[in-house]
Design a protein around this ligand. Structure first.
Ligand code: FAD
Length: 357
């Protein structure tokens, strides 16, 4: 008879979702194992980690920013302390206008919808570097998570406490359900529950096949821009964010059709063309990546236990907001698992699973 290694929860996937969930559970003293197949390119590994307070042509304040950002800030700062790594920074961001329509939106909404988040410095930016003739504004309440550093530091910490396994879990062949636990015989593992945080890969997970995944491929560039000193994140159609030394990141595209991780010439040209509308310096592309964001119809995260197999859980759908939302959502999910709060209806897995099919 094999000796089973027993955990309270096994988490499948160490992207932004699984990592936030692991930290939240560990802090509440659960025995946790995180399993990840360690692919080099994932949505989280290539993400810019931006938390942008006001977005889009209509200048909309990010959903529940005032609740999620302070929570995320406390969360990342405490993980920084625990891992002795630095990966989270509150950052001012600059939004440059590209049309009179945007100027008008700003005039109509800035005093009513986000007076505390915006200011207009004079000048907005160095006119030798940026096209600022149409105006714009600076936002506070933005931040940037260095996602790879956060994920690596977290993984290291998990490994040190024997809470990490590199493996590819087959959600059907690898799981055996007993009355009180779920077993993974291939590794002699058992847990009370297994939570899938697989990102877009859950689209292929038969347990969750009716969850209406849409997915959105994003491409992102790393650029060398010698001499540019701007350290704020600059947005105008695309964004430009300083990374280190004379390297910047720029992105990202949004493609709902071609859901693969292949960088394309069209994606690269789109980012470079939009960038050249407001950046006056030449750029050299030194890296180019693509991945698929886990978007679920409705564009909100979804969480919960499977209605027919409650030893299975799901925590996914962070779309373009993983950095901002995963800390608060992980806390909410653990509260739900502990029975201390009901799931918010709009986030409820059971509303997304069709048991008839
Ligand atoms: C180009 C681009 C730019 C982005 N920019 C931003 C940004 O600026 N700000 C922001 O907040 N968000 C951004 N995002 C989105 C953000 O990255 C996502 O919200 C986030 O990555 C979702 O994390 P996740 O953990 O759900 O999924 P993933 O990152 O996909 O993580 C899932 C993990 O699970 C593993 N896995 C899956 N299935 C299995 C299995 N069966 N067995 C073992 N391991 C498994 C995968 O290998 C992976 O490591 C961007 C995304 C892209 C593509």
């Amino acid at each position: 008879m094999p000796t089973w290694k027993l955990f309270d929860l096994i988490i499948v996937g160490q992207g932004l979702a699984g990592t936030a969930l692991a930290w939240t559970l560990l802090r509440r003293s659960y025995r946790v194992l995180v399993i990840d197949r360690c692919e080099p390119i994932t949505s989280s590994k290539i993400a810019a980690g931006l938390i942008t307070p006001i977005t889009g042509l209509r200048l909309v304040v990010s959903w529940r920013l005032d609740e999620f950002l302070p929570f995320a800030t406390r969360f990342y700062r405490s993980v920084e302390q625990q891992t002795a790594a630095h990966f989270f920074e509150l950052k001012p961001m600059l939004r440059l206008f590209s049309s009179e329509q945007e100027q008008e939106q700003y005039r109509q909404r800035s005093q009513t919808h986000f007076p505390d988040l915006v200011s207009v410095p004079e000048p907005l930016a160095d006119p030798n570097d940026f096209e600022i003739s149409q105006g714009g504004f600076e936002m506070t309440g933005g931040a940037q998570l260095d996602v790879p550093t956060y994920l690596n530091a977290s993984r290291h910490c998990l490994e040190n406490q024997n809470s990490f396994l590199e493996a590819d879990v087959d959600p059907v062949k690898d799981l055996e359900f007993q009355s009180e636990e779920v077993q993974l015989p291939r590794w002699n593992l058992a847990a009370k529950k297994i939570i899938f945080c697989e990102g877009i890969r859950s689209q292929q997970n038969p347990w969750f096949q009716t969850v209406p995944f849409e997915g959105a491929k994003g491409e992102i560039l790393t650029l060398k821009i010698p001499g540019l000193t701007e350290r704020r994140v600059v947005h105008r159609g695309v964004w430009l964010a300083h990374w280190k030394d004379d390297l910047y990141r720029a992105g990202s595209t949004y493609d709902r059709e071609h859901l693969n991780c292949e960088p394309t010439n069209a994606g690269r040209e789109e980012i470079c063309a939009r960038l050249s509308e407001f950046l006056k310096r030449p750029v050299e592309v030194v890296d180019h990546r693509a991945a698929v964001r886990p978007v679920i119809r409705g564009r909100l995260p979804i969480m919960g236990l499977h209605p027919e197999q409650p030893q299975l859980g799901f925590f996914n759908g962070f779309a373009s907001k993983g950095s901002l939302q995963t800390p608060w959502m992980a806390d909410h999910f653990v509260n739900i698992l502990e029975g201390s709060v009901p799931v918010e209806k709009q986030l409820d897995l059971s509303r997304k699973i069709d048991l008839r099919s």
